[in-house]
Ligand binder design. Structure first.
Ligand code: NDP
Length: 332
């Protein structure tokens, strides 16, 4: 496969197959519905709990995870990344071992990149990673629109793994529709891009908002309500983000005043070198596996660091002021 960007694909590789969707959460529900609408024989694999009942209510055949793998030739593994290795080793791998061939699709590169899951040699290991939350996928699909996905192949046991990847991208409504695009990528690249968002500009935004709030309220006597409305509660930030997606980062700048353009561009230049160093350091920690080891360690100890951070963050002055304002606004 030479093309880097794919707008449409052939569904044939999935047509005569049973496709199991393992996990019926954010991505599982959205992807299962669209696959079914596209005429694919979809079954759900889940633990016997509320998601199981929900899938039944939605008219799917639902089985235990091992049974769903047994009944299918292709599976989309859509459980949270931190539980996927356990689910794979206990419920999926023993069934795949009994088969001649299997195709296993991931929506994130994490577990394959770091070797938490090492699939059997008889398995096509495929990545179809939506750049969109499950709700967004469904709502775009209802408007007849596609969405972006990164696709990749880590192991091509059948010689047809790329055809499966493209067919899954089409089957889950990403391509073949206006706005849809699949970019040829890899498990490593997807993991780097995904985690680097979470380790660079997203936390910098949170830190900048907290620092902004503390400075204007503590040192300039601004009311917490005015600060939070300015920061995010007004919805202006969401509108700017939408304009970035639709018009582009620079074209949307024309919607801002000249004073704003001048301020944003001069300060972006001023902060660039400092931020680039942060991004480089975080990218290196992702690429080397240092972050994955750090996070695995916290999970092994019952997520003590994550729980502690939730406590610290939600007892900050900003969080408390937000709670008061959002109650007044009837948002909670
Ligand atoms: P969810 O948290 O929504 O998954 C919930 C599903 O996983 C439920 O069916 C749940 O079943 C099952 N599950 C949870 N824990 C276990 C367990 N221990 N054993 C068996 N089943 C379990 O996941 P997402 O949809 O958010 O993520 C799925 C994949 O998609 C991940 O690889 C993620 O990185 C990727 N992705 C997610 C995006 C998103 O928007 N959330 C965007 C792009 C990719 P039960 O009721 O039994 O708990």
């Amino acid at each position: 496969m030479n093309e880097k960007i794919i707008f449409d694909a052939d569904l044939t590789p999935l047509k005569d197959k049973v496709v199991s969707v393992i996990g019926y959460g954010n991505q599982g529900q959205a992807q299962a519905h669209i696959l079914r609408e596209n005429g694919i024989d979809v079954i759900i694999g889940n633990r016997r709990d509320e998601y199981w009942d929900r899938a039944l209510r939605d008219g799917f055949k639902v089985y235990g995870i091992d049974e769903a793998i047994r009944r299918s030739q292709v599976a989309l593994l859509l459980v949270p990344d931190e539980v996927a290795p356990d689910v794979y080793h206990k419920k999926i791998e023993p069934e795949i071992k009994k088969k001649e061939h299997f195709a296993l699709d991931f929506a994130s590169g994490y577990n394959i990149m770091y070797g938490f899951i090492r699939p059997q040699p008889n398995t096509d290991v495929i990545l179809v990673a939506p750049r969109m939350i499950g709700k967004g996928i469904l709502s775009l699909h209802r408007q007849g629109r596609g969405y972006p996905v990164l696709i990749g192949v880590a192991q091509d046991s059948s010689g047809k793994a790329w055809d499966y990847a493209k067919a899954i991208a089409k089957g889950i409504g990403a391509i073949g529709l206006p706005g849809g695009i699949a970019v040829k990528s890899s498990f490593e690249e997807e993991t780097l891009l995904d985690l680097l968002t979470e380790h660079s500009w997203a936390p910098l935004l949170i830190a900048a908002m907290q620092a902004y709030f503390d400075v204007v309220t503590e040192e300039y006597g601004v009311s917490p309500e005015a600060a939070i409305l300015e920061l995010y509660a007004s919805g202006e930030l969401a509108e700017v983000a939408r304009a970035m997606a639709e018009l582009g980062l620079f074209e949307q700048m024309k919607l801002h005043s000249r004073t704003s353009q001048y301020g944003q561009f001069t300060r972006a230049r001023k902060f660039y070198n400092m931020v680039k160093e942060i991004v480089k350091e975080e990218a290196a920690q992702i690429w080397s596996g240092e972050f994955a080891r750090e996070w695995s360690l916290d999970q092994a100890f019952g997520r003590v660091v994550l729980q502690r951070l939730w406590k610290i963050m939600t007892s900050s002055r900003l969080a408390e002021a937000e709670d008061r304002l959002y109650r007044q606004l009837g948002r909670r």
